[in-house]
Design a protein around this ligand. Structure first.
Ligand SMILES: [Zn+2]
Length: 371
């Protein structure tokens, strides 16, 4: 028996170096993933999010961009949107649908305050929609890649996918598979807050023993992964040109940190697959990352790797992929994937609590912390 498709519009908002949006019609009747086809999202950039934005006008700037978009003569279809997803940089409170702060942009409203309340924001723009789901950018992008992987490899589902981003910042997102009968979808592995893996302190590459803190890519630390391996560090030390030259020696240094980032994750919560998003997805860079990872895993052993499981032995256990072009697309696709999950309400597993239960649990935790 075939199920009749039930086409619905969803909307995705991506807050990254740029502010961008996407909308697409998906089939809400079946829970199957819409990738790779039909996934013909209409996408666009809303603004460059200029650095002059402050904690006071951030919310209003986004609201104004969305108002303009919705009032444009060729965006009639936005009136039909039924679910919204948001992918955002910074600290995202996904339980209360808020963006708390973006340290990289010096947007830190302070204790108890926040930058954007998405429920409030969207209630002005899409007053009839209560279906909103937000995640930080790493988790949102991991969700999208999870579904894309599933669509391309239906016979090789991944139970735990780790996505690492080496872009303006450094972070990673984790998605595990959730199943109900024959249905399968991705669920973020996140508790009260998201992972902040870019602020771990890696062993330094020998060329970085005398690292000049002026090149640090992290606004908080001098020697974390983000400080040493982000695009900000690359740009500060070697200039924009380095992104056009995948053979530049700087990438040897970055490969060292990427391999250690993967290693930390394999030790903590062994994923079945790792995807790295970076500006350098050359064959040579991939080879170096995998080779260094292998050296770390072998350590001083003469007999073989320390950690071993079947997926880790696969040549594509670590895949290095280029960031989508234009760069905002990864975030938009991630946001759309969350909107889709929200639309089909694919949270019906024992892993997930209902919203009401979640808020009750959160409230209890906060009260416990205070007392
Ligand atoms: Zn840091």
């Amino acid at each position: 028996m075939t199920v009749k498709p039930d086409w619905k519009w969803i909307f995705g908002l991506s807050i990254d170096s740029e502010l961008a949006w996407g909308a697409v019609r998906v089939d809400a009747a079946t829970e199957g993933c819409p990738y790779p086809e039909p996934f013909e999202a209409i996408c666009g950039k809303l603004s460059d999010l200029p650095v002059t934005l402050s904690t006071n006008n951030y919310h209003e700037h986004i609201a104004q961009c969305l108002r303009t978009l919705k009032e444009a003569p060729d965006t009639e279809f936005l009136k039909k949107v039924e679910a919204i997803g948001v992918s955002t940089i910074g600290i995202a409170d996904h339980l209360n649908d808020r963006l708390m702060s973006i340290a990289r942009r010096n947007l830190i409203p302070g204790q108890g305050k926040y930058l954007v309340n998405f429920a409030q924001l969207f209630s002005e723009i899409f007053p009839d929609i209560s279906r909103i789901r937000i995640q930080n950018d790493a988790t949102a992008k991991c969700l999208y890649r999870y579904e894309a992987h599933l669509a391309h490899n239906p016979k090789e589902p991944v139970d735990l996918l780790f996505l690492a981003m080496f872009s303006e910042g450094v972070n990673g997102g984790l998605v595990r598979s959730a199943r109900s009968g024959s249905m399968q979808w991705g669920e973020p592995v996140a508790s009260l807050l998201h992972q902040e893996l870019g602020h771990q302190f890696p062993p330094r590459h020998p060329a970085d023993f005398a690292f000049d803190p002026a090149y640090s890519g992290c606004p908080i630390h001098l020697h974390c992964f983000e400080a040493l391996a982000s695009e900000v560090r690359l740009r500060k030390q070697w200039g924009e040109d380095v992104f056009q030259h995948p053979e530049h020696p700087a990438w040897d240094i970055i490969a060292h940190y990427v391999a250690h980032f993967c290693w930390n994750m394999v030790l903590a919560i062994p994923p079945q697959k790792i995807i790295i998003l970076t500006r350098n997805a050359s064959v040579d860079f991939q080879y170096r990352v995998r080779a260094i990872f292998g050296q770390i895993n072998n350590g001083r052993s003469m007999t073989g790797p320390y950690v071993s499981y079947p997926e880790l032995e696969r040549p594509d256990f670590i895949s290095v992929l280029p960031r989508e072009m234009p760069p905002y697309l990864d975030g938009v696709y991630g946001a759309l994937e969350m909107a889709r999950l929200e639309l089909i309400d694919a949270r019906r597993t024992i892993f997930e609590l209902s919203d009401e239960e979640k808020h009750k649990r959160l409230h209890q935790l906060r009260n416990t912390k205070r007392s």
